[in-house]
Design a protein around this ligand. Structure first.
Ligand code: GLU
Length: 476
C-alpha cells in the first residue's frame, strides 16, 4: 500500500487493566506500519473512564510496550490532560449547531427506550432536545434555585445518508445514518466520551491510519461524522478481527492468560511474542519465523486477515522454543537468575554456572521458566526418596555409582576428565553407559531426562556432585 500524507499511527489503550493481547497486536501493526513508512507512532492513554483507570494499569501498559520493544515517537499523551481542548471543541460544535445540550434524565431515556423496544423499533434516542428549524424545544429544567439541571452534550448526527469507508482490513463498509442516534459526547461531569475524544485526538495528532479491534466498527460511523463536522481529514481505518481462544470463543481472562505481562512472567521471550502476535491475523507468504526488522520491511498494511484468528498456545510455545534455542546465553541467564532468586536457590557466585547451564539446557526448553527449573535442579539439592531409589537405582549399580564418586574426588573438573572417570568406572564394572547414566540422573536430579551427564556435571560444583552420588550411602 502506498500513502501520500506522512504516516502517523497510534495505539490508544485504556488504563483499566493490563495490556491485552488484542491491543498488543494492534499496537504491533500500528508500530510496524509507521516504521515501514518512516512515519511516527504515538502512544495515547485513554483515561477518561476515571472510575476504572489506574496508575498501576498505566505502568503495566508502559512496561509491556517496553518489553515488546514497541517504541513510540510521541507520548504517552493522557486524555485527562486535554480536557480544555475537548471543551473548546464542544463549545465550537454547540455554537455551530452541530452539538446540543440534552437534559433528558436516565429515567426518561429508559422509558423512551422501553417504549421503542415494545414497538419493535431500535431503541434510539428520541431527539427530544435536538434543535431543528421550526421545532420548539422543552423548557430547560431547573432546580429550586433556578439553576439548570445537569445535562449531557450530544452530537447532532446527520439524520439521513450513508457513512461509507473503505476499511483496510474489511473492505467497504456502509452504515445508514438512520441506524445511529445522536451520540453523547460529553457526560454530565464534563468529561468527554470515548467516541468524541478519540476524534479530537486523532485529528490533533494528525493520525493517518488507525488500526484497532473490530469491536470498534460500530463506533466508526459516529467518529467519521464527527470528523466531517469538524472539517477534519479522515484517517484510514483498519479493523482487525477478534482473537479467539482455543475453544473458539473470544479470548478472555476466564479462558487463560490474556495479558502481555502474564506471558512475560511465564517465561516467553518478547521477540517470540511479537512474531506470534504478528502472524495472528497477518501473513507474509509462508514465513513463520521472522525478526521485527523483517516484519517492518514487509508490513505495508496488506495481507491482514478478515477472519478471526485463533489463539494457539501450542504454536506459541513452539515459536518460543525456536527463539530460546537462538537466544544468547548471558541474556538467558539474566532472565533465569531473578527466577532462581524467587525460589531462593541463588547465591552470588553462580552466574557463570547459570550461563553455562543455559547453553546446555536451552535447546530442550520451551520457556525461560522451563530453563530456570532445569538450572535450579543443578543448584538445589533435593533428597531422592527411598521409592525413587528403589525404582530407578538398581542395587547392582550402587557399587559403580559409589566408585564414580571416588573417581571424581581425584578428577580435575573438566568435561574431558569427567568423561574419562565415567569411562573408567564403566570399564571396571563392565557395564554400559545407560546402565550407569540413568540411575545416576535419578539419584542426582530426580529425573531420568537430562543432557549427557558429563556435560551437566561439568557445570556443577565437584563437591556437590560427589555429595549427591554419596547420598546412596544413606540407603545402604
Ligand atoms: N481506548 C480504546 C480501546 O482501548 C481505543 C480504541 C481506538 O483505538 O480507537 O479500545
Amino acid at each position: 500500500m502506498t500513502t501520500s500524507s506522512p504516516v502517523r499511527t497510534r495505539i490508544a489503550p485504556s488504563p483499566t487493566g493490563f495490556l491485552h493481547l488484542g491491543t498488543a497486536r494492534t499496537a504491533l501493526y500500528s508500530w510496524a506500519f509507521a516504521r515501514h513508512h518512516g512515519g511516527k507512532f504515538v502512544l495515547r492513554i485513554e483515561d477518561t473512564d476515571v472510575a476504572r483507570s489506574t496508575q498501576d494499569s498505566v505502568d503495566q501498559i508502559l512496561a509491556s510496550m517496553k518489553w515488546l520493544g514497541l517504541d513510540y515517537d510521541e507520548g504517552p499523551i493522557y486524555q485527562m490532560q486535554r480536557l480544555e481542548r475537548y471543551q473548546a471543541v464542544i463549545d465550537q460544535l454547540i455554537a455551530e449547531d452541530k452539538a446540543y445540550r440534552c437534559y433528558s434524565t436516565p429515567a426518561e431515556l429508559d422509558i423512551v427506550r422501553e417504549a421503542k423496544k415494545a414497538r419493535g423499533e431500535k431503541p434510539l434516542y428520541d431527539n427530544r432536545w435536538r434543535p431543528e428549524a421550526g421545532k420548539a424545544l422543552p423548557d430547560v429544567p431547573c432546580d429550586d434555585a433556578g439553576k439548570p439541571l445537569p445535562f449531557v452534550v450530544r452530537f447532532k448526527n446527520p439524520a439521513e445518508g450513508d457513512v461509507t469507508w473503505n476499511d483496510l482490513v474489511k473492505g467497504d463498509i456502509t452504515i445508514n445514518n438512520r441506524e445511529i442516534d445522536d451520540l453523547i459526547i460529553q457526560r454530565t461531569d464534563g468529561i468527554p466520551t470515548y467516541n468524541f475524544a478519540v476524534v479530537v485526538d486523532d485529528w490533533d495528532m494528525q493520525i493517518s491510519h488507525v488500526f484497532r479491534g473490530d469491536e470498534h466498527i460500530n463506533n466508526t460511523p459516529w467518529q467519521i461524522n464527527i470528523f466531517n463536522a469538524l472539517g477534519a481529514p479522515l484517517p484510514q481505518f483498519g479493523h482487525c478481527p477478534v482473537i479467539l481462544g482455543d475453544d473458539g470463543q473470544k479470548l478472555s481472562k476466564r479462558r487463560g492468560a490474556v495479558s502481555v505481562t502474564a506471558y512475560e512472567d511465564n517465561g516467553y521471550l518478547p521477540e517470540a511474542m511479537l512474531n506470534y502476535l504478528a502472524r495472528l491475523g497477518w501473513s507474509h507468504g509462508d514465513e513463520e519465523l521472522f525478526t521485527s526488522e523483517q516484519m517492518v520491511s514487509w508490513f505495508d498494511g496488506t495481507h491482514l486477515s478478515k477472519s478471526p484468528a485463533q489463539w494457539d498456545p501450542a504454536k506459541l510455545l513452539w515459536v518460543n522454543a525456536q527463539y530460546m534455542k537462538q537466544a544468547d546465553n548471558a541474556r538467558l541467564a539474566d532472565l533465569v537468575i531473578p527466577r532462581l532468586k524467587k525460589q531462593n536457590v541463588w547465591t552470588m557466585d553462580q552466574r557463570d554456572r547459570v550461563v553455562h547451564g543455559c547453553s546446555l539446557f536451552k535447546e530442550r526448553c520451551e520457556t525461560v521458566n522451563d530453563l530456570a527449573e532445569w538450572i535450579s535442579l543443578l543448584i538445589t539439592v533435593t533428597r531422592p526418596s527411598a521409592e525413587e531409589i528403589n525404582t530407578h537405582v538398581p542395587k547392582e549399580i550402587w557399587p559403580a555409582i559409589l566408585d564414580l564418586a571416588e573417581e571424581f574426588s581425584s578428577c580435575v573438573w573438566t568435561k574431558e576428565s569427567i568423561s574419562l572417570s565415567i569411562k573408567s568406572v564403566l570399564k571396571n564394572h563392565n557395564i554400559k553407559m545407560p546402565q550407569l547414566a540413568m540411575p545416576t540422573r535419578h539419584l542426582c536430579f530426580g529425573t531420568g531426562s537430562t543432557p549427557a551427564i558429563d556435560a551437566v556435571f561439568e557445570i556443577m560444583l565437584k563437591e556437590d556432585v560427589i555429595a549427591r552420588l554419596n547420598r546412596l550411602k544413606e540407603f545402604i
